[in-house]
Design a protein. Sequence first.
Length: 320
Amino acid sequence: MTTYSDIEVINGRDWYYNSNSVVDMISGAYNQPLGHCNPLMVEIITDAANKVCNCYRLKSKSYDKLSELLNYYLPIERYWYYQTTGAEAVEKALMCVLPRSGVIVVMKNCFHGKLLGISNATFPNIPHWRSPFRFHFIDWMDFESLPAEFDAILWEPIQGATGYRTTDSELKELRTICDNNNAWLIADEVFCGIWRGGKFAYSVDANPDILILGKGLAGHVPLSAIGLKTQTEISVDWYTTNAGNDFACNVALNHIPQVEHAYANSRHPVFTLIPKPNPRDAHSKLLDKGIVTGYSNFGIRLAPCFTMPEDAYYEIAGLS
């Protein structure tokens, strides 16, 4: 597993690289919008831990309350099911399409996770990973390359690897294309949802049939959500041991309003991709300066916590 092996993490306030402190500019890989060791987050987690943590297969009040809260931020009511990670949520969503035995359109340079079923969508050039799903790849919004028949389009409204953002006209076109082909539109907002893309759900104007949220949903606590526009008659067992557990749902219930407040008061970009000719080298040089970033073949990714002071952000971004 690739790690920042030279970084010693003492706690959320103390990270060291070559004996120098470092700053996290990717929010623990996008899932800590309130930052590390935020006293408010510590209080939220402690309060949740003092309640019931998990009742396997029992749908608790926290589960229903979280579904109500998510629907509060959306124009239509959705039926919500919970998982632990974003990758699990994407696979569960695709299980709704699998019985149709059709093609799922995905866009190149996407990242939908590393589980076996979706690995061929994220890593199409690894042939020995045989997925039960049939993926058809197109370039970003290249609707001329759609196959004659398909059952779903799975896409990231904001692509983390490239920084591409779906425009308002493209959102409408995606909806129209899926309606005309009797296909499902699946928005993977594990990365860009919960205001990381500037909205609670960036794809809302496309009215996706399935909306997937994760990462920033419960901050430090693993939780993902699958929101269906209509209840499906397809037999999908949504429950896993920790799916929708009380602890994670209670954390999310109190975390999401705080993220909304933090985003409303932030004065800096919460996601930026800076193009670089050699992103890996640029990433290493920034690490030498004590700056932890993300990177892809397209550039350096900055996704700081929403609570970072404006002057600190622009000072660090200037070094990038």
